[in-house]
Design a protein around this ligand. Structure first.
Ligand code: CA
Ligand code: CA
Length: 201
């Protein structure tokens, strides 16, 4: 014969002597069962381990944290979740995994990595890492007449001494005593107000 000496827990003992308790909080409770055969009584106390893991987290029954109430079982969370009960979604953007200025998109579990937007204009890469291409190292990648200076995301042209940079910022024009400034390869074109717009590198 079994009975529960403490009321109010919602615990029950079935006809088949199965004890059932569904806790509504982690507050400490005393769970004691009185056992009697009609002549002698004894009691059994239970240490209750509570598993509160959410989002598919697995209960590690060998590891508990006593919080003065129930013994709460530790959780092994599924990817993308963390926290004592696996209820907190991992924000993969917290540590700024993307290149500065690139949009970071946190992805839902089970994804643990973030996604990054496109690299800034002029830079190449996957958004996590972006890098400048040295246009000056490749003659096809730049159209500077004379000198090329690599910059982050672009490049700048300049001219040798005695030349001026044309308004397209790429061609160089040289000074001829008789004709004034002329483009290096457009020697037939004298630069004046009427012809500068025809000057194409
Ligand atoms: Ca996430
Ligand atoms: Ca560059």
């Amino acid at each position: 014969m079994y009975s529960l000496p403490y009321d109010g827990l919602g615990a029950t003992i079935s006809d088949t002597s199965e004890l059932s308790l569904t806790p509504t909080s982690t507050e400490e409770v005393k769970l004691k069962v009185l056992v009697s055969d009609g002549r002698a009584n004894t009691s059994i106390s239970f240490k209750v381990k509570l598993c509160l893991c959410e989002n598919g987290g697995e209960c590690d029954w060998n590891s508990t944290s006593n919080n003065a109430g129930f013994s709460v079982v530790s959780c092994i969370c599924t990817p993308g979740w963390f926290g004592n009960d696996c209820s907190v979604e991992l924000d993969s953007c917290t540590e700024n995994p993307c290149y500065p200025g690139v949009q970071c998109i946190d992805l839902p579990p089970p994804e643990v990595n973030a996604a990054c937007g496109n690299c800034p204009n002029g830079l190449m890469g996957d958004g996590f890492t972006c890098y400048d291409s040295n246009e000056c190292a490749d003659e096809i990648a730049n159209d500077c007449d004379h000198l090329c200076t690599n910059t982050l995301g672009s490049y700048e042209c300049s001219c040798n001494d005695g030349y001026q940079l044309y308004i397209d910022n790429k061609a160089c024009i040289g000074y001829h005593p008789s004709n004034g400034f002329q483009a290096r390869h457009c020697c037939a074109v004298q630069l004046n107000a009427a012809t500068t717009q025809n000057l194409i590198k």
